[in-house]
Design a protein around this ligand. Structure first.
Ligand code: RTP
Ligand code: MG
Length: 140
């Protein structure tokens, strides 16, 4: 299995509850390495741009409001089959459906305030990494 990269966000519900370390620990224990990390306050324009694929969905406005409601931690994660590895440890979008031992089962508050984002393909991982990071910020 190839070593690849994915993009992660620790969302405002998790930073608000001081869970940056706890979530990162679960990512690391799943075999992912943090090769870039920064805590930012997203602007509305950034959040709308990042979630542009969802702009026709009914929850788009609420999702953008939520993502700018507090700081987030954007991270680049590296590991074997990183996209799938990260999605597996995140768990299902709705914490009610997430498996035991996943980040969302452990920490998420709701389908929206679900503690983490993770890229859903290698192609989107590259787009999302480039949205927030310069190549020089990635230190493997
Ligand atoms: P993500 O993109 O954040 O990693 O999560 P995902 O693939 O599991 O979920 P996706 O369908 O891409 O939805 C993106 C984010 O929108 C919020 N959401 N709210 N109110 C709702 O019904 C609803 N559905 C999704 C969640 O914050 C979800 O992570
Ligand atoms: Mg998604």
């Amino acid at each position: 299995m190839a070593v690849t990269r994915t993009f992660s966000i620790i969302k405002p519900d998790a930073t608000r509850r001081n869970l940056t370390g706890a979530v990162t620990k679960m990512l690391e224990e799943a075999g992912l390495r943090v090769v870039a990390s920064k805590r930012i306050q997203m602007t509305r324009e950034q959040a709308e741009g990042f979630y542009a694929v969802h702009k026709e969905r009914p929850f788009f406005g609420e999702l953008v409001d939520f993502m700018i409601s507090g700081p987030v931690v954007v991270q680049v994660l590296e590991g074997e089959d990183a996209v799938k590895r990260n999605r597996d440890v995140m768990g299902a979008t709705n914490p009610a459906d997430a498996d035991e031992g996943t980040i969302r089962k452990t920490y998420a508050e709701s389908i929206e305030a679900n503690s983490v984002h993770g890229s859903d393909s290698d192609e989107n991982a590259k787009i999302e990494i480039d949205f927030f990071f310069d190549e020089a910020e990635l230190v493997g």
